[in-house]
Design a protein around this ligand. Structure first.
Ligand code: FAD
Ligand code: SF4
Length: 512
């Protein structure tokens, strides 16, 4: 007889949650493929398959550990229009008097769960995943207030005593940005590690998605390369620490299309395993620090660069999200309304950097941070793309895209649509930056050195068009004032020609 139903959402695959420390035959765990989750945005096919496969594996592992589990597929949940309807049916069938749920990380699901009308009491428990407890978020983040990552990160370093030496940062400095962030040269190419890819069979899931008419984007040819079990996730973590961590920080901002394995370079590709909670962030941080302590090829700059991503950025964007939701998802500081060019969904553009970033996103459901921020993200901001559309693209295309982490990164960091709650200035850049950090320009039909000619790199003129459109606001930003001084010193005819080329690009986005 069932007294309690425990609902496990698709991104709550935390095998170490205290729920599972004891077995109670009166507790029934339910993990369900929900139609509402396949359709709130158009997801990449690999993302759909990865979540459903990982959920099935998690249910299997719970069953093997002696828990009562009901794993429901899209076939089973088809009669129920949404989550509340399914839960009402499950409560009636099981006779449960209580429903327990780990607090969702998405506002949309939290609102749905807390607003629904059910015949039993529902209680929310912590997901036991994040390093900053949910109850403490409002001590660090306030709604509508700008917060920066660096002071938050330093507090977290001290709090968890990570890479610290008697209260001071190990090595005497908090970050090593100056040493890190180098471009990759052909001399470094043989250091790029072969990515560890799995070969998970997801044919049955694909068939199910097709049977239920689920719309998707991107490609999946053959087996799924992403980890779908905790064992695979641990293997990926070990592979990262051994093969990529030794140069992670140095090349974390590098872009390349000529290097081998250019789609992954020295990145961990652990975001799906983390966001589905198969891995705990502290487990990942400790593995990296242990590798640093035991492997002399890993220096402090590399491990600090990595710890900062997880202890700093990942926890910080979650704080920005919860402090500003609801409402953050409709901010549009620049009042941008242009549709995203259709080639964001096909990769069919002549611009080599965008073609590569979008092409690999469609092929692998993955792009690394600088591709997301400075290639696809910057371009969307420069053209004044509608943030809702930009969000929908990012939320759909990436394997790791869940709103609590996607939204602040996209709307805040990449589009500055929050007016600076997250970033101190827009991440605007011309082709010069991309040429410095990457090697695409040599393969591109556009000329990165040219700003106004018929073959000029579109990033150049769009950058200045953007700066000119928003000069009243941005010229007052002390971090940008100098840029306007340089612009004002150019001859009027040159400025005019650049702005005309920028306008031409805006009028002809589909042809670029
Ligand atoms: P690595 O470069 O190896 O970094 C290691 C880990 O650090 C990542 O797995 C991730 O957990 C964490 N991390 C690094 N940067 C960030 C960050 N800015 N915010 C949060 N965590 C971070 N990340 C997501 O997990 N989901 C998203 O939907 C997402 N959308 C993004 C959208 C845009 C426009 C931008 C600019 C960034 C986005 N990011 C997102 C952040 C970051 O790009 C990805 O976490 C990273 O590329 C994942 O690949 P990786 O595991 O190889 O990361
Ligand atoms: Fe991108 Fe411009 Fe370089 Fe082409 S020339 S790859 S569009 S930055």
């Amino acid at each position: 007889m069932t007294h309690t139903l425990r609902l496990i959402l698709g991104d709550q695959l935390n095998a170490h949650h205290s729920w599972y420390q004891t077995q109670d035959p009166g507790v029934l765990y339910v993990i369900a493929e929900l139609h509402q989750e396949t359709g709130y945005v158009r997801h990449h096919i690999q993302k759909l398959c990865a979540f459903f496969a990982a959920m099935a594996e998690f249910a299997k592992a719970l069953g093997q550990a002696g828990h009562r589990v009901q794993h429901l597929t899209l076939d089973d949940t088809a009669p129920y229009p949404d989550l509340p309807a399914l839960l009402r049916a499950l409560i009636a069938q099981s006779g449960a008097r209580r429903l327990e749920v780990q607090r969702p990380d998405e506002y949309r699901l939290l609102a749905q769960l807390t607003d629904m009308d059910l015949p039993v009491a529902i209680s929310l428990v912590d997901s036991e995943h994040f390093l900053l407890p949910f109850e403490e978020l409002d001590r660090h983040f306030q709604r509508g207030t700008a917060h920066r990552m660096e002071p938050f990160y330093r507090k977290m370093r001290k709090r968890y005593d990570l890479l610290m030496d008697k209260g001071a940062p190990l090595g005497g400095q908090w970050n090593f940005d100056k040493e890190n962030r180098q471009a990759l040269t052909p001399a470094d190419f043989d250091r790029v590690p072969q990515p560890l890819c799995f070969a998970n069979d997801v044919e049955a899931i694909r068939a199910r998605l097709a049977r239920h008419g689920v719309q998707s984007m991107g490609r999946l040819e053959g087996p799924l390369l992403w980890p779908v079990t905790r064992a695979q996730a641990r293997e990926l973590l070990a592979h990262f620490c051994r093969c990529a961590l030794p140069a992670f920080g140095r090349y974390q901002d590098a872009l390349s299309q000529q290097a081998p394995h250019s789609w992954s370079l020295f990145h961990a590709r652990l975001s799906f395993a983390l966001n589905s909670k198969m891995l705990h962030p502290m487990e990942v941080i400790r593995a990296a620090i242990t590798a640093f302590e035991t492997d002399e090829t890993i220096n402090l700059a590399q491990v600090e660069g990595f710890v900062r991503q997880i202890l700093g950025w990942r926890e910080y964007v979650r704080g920005i999200y919860w402090a500003n939701m609801p409402g953050y998802d409709s901010l549009n500081h620049f009042d941008a309304h242009r549709p995203l060019p259709s080639w964001y969904w096909s990769g069919e553009t002549r611009m080599a950097c965008l073609r590569a970033a979008i092409g690999q996103s469609l092929e692998y459901a993955y792009a690394h941070h600088i591709q997301r921020l400075m290639v696809t993200g910057t371009f969307a901001m420069l053209i004044g793309a509608e943030p809702d559309q930009v969000d929908a693209w990012y939320l759909g295309v990436y394997i790791d895209a869940i709103e609590w982490v996607e939204l602040p990164n996209t709307r805040g960091m990449s589009q500055y649509a929050d007016g600076g709650l997250l970033a101190s200035k827009p991440y605007a850049a011309s082709g010069n930056y991309l040429n410095k950090m990457g090697d695409h320009c040599a393969q591109c039909p556009y000329d990165v050195k040219d700003k106004a000619g018929p073959n000029a790199c579109p990033f150049n003129s769009l950058y200045w068009h953007f700066m000119a459109r928003h000069d009243r606001e941005l010229a007052r930003n002390p971090r940008i004032t100098m840029v306007y001084r340089g612009w004002d010193n150019r001859p009027e005819s040159e400025r005019q020609a650049i702005l005309e080329r920028g306008q031409w690009c805006l009028d002809n986005l589909e042809r670029l």
